[in-house]
Ligand binder design. Structure first.
Ligand SMILES: [Zn+2]
Length: 87
């Protein structure tokens, strides 16, 4: 198998405006808790956020309701397209 190099245009990410999603993302990440468990399917060590796991080795995921705490609502999601955007 040979790998072909594709010439893909590389677009740099847009710079974060002050008070923008970068700060919101940092605030969101500060409230997150990284947890670790053994995969129930293959035994690999799996890390996740707040008790929610997805195994990169075999694809196992635990049920969402086993996570710690409540999932954020759409209103709490800074990426939710329903928020009004100010240019
Ligand atoms: Zn696994």
């Amino acid at each position: 198998m040979t790998r072909k190099k594709k010439n893909r245009p590389i677009t740099p990410p847009a710079p974060a405006a002050p008070g923008s999603s970068a700060e919101a993302a940092a605030a969101f990440l500060a409230g997150q808790e990284i947890t670790t468990t053994d995969c129930r399917q293959c035994g690999s060590l799996v890390s996740g956020l707040k008790g929610r796991y997805s195994c990169p080795a075999c694809g196992w995921t635990n049920p969402w309701h086993e996570g710690h705490g409540e999932l954020p609502t759409a209103d709490e999601d800074p990426d939710w397209p329903g928020h009004s955007r100010s240019a």
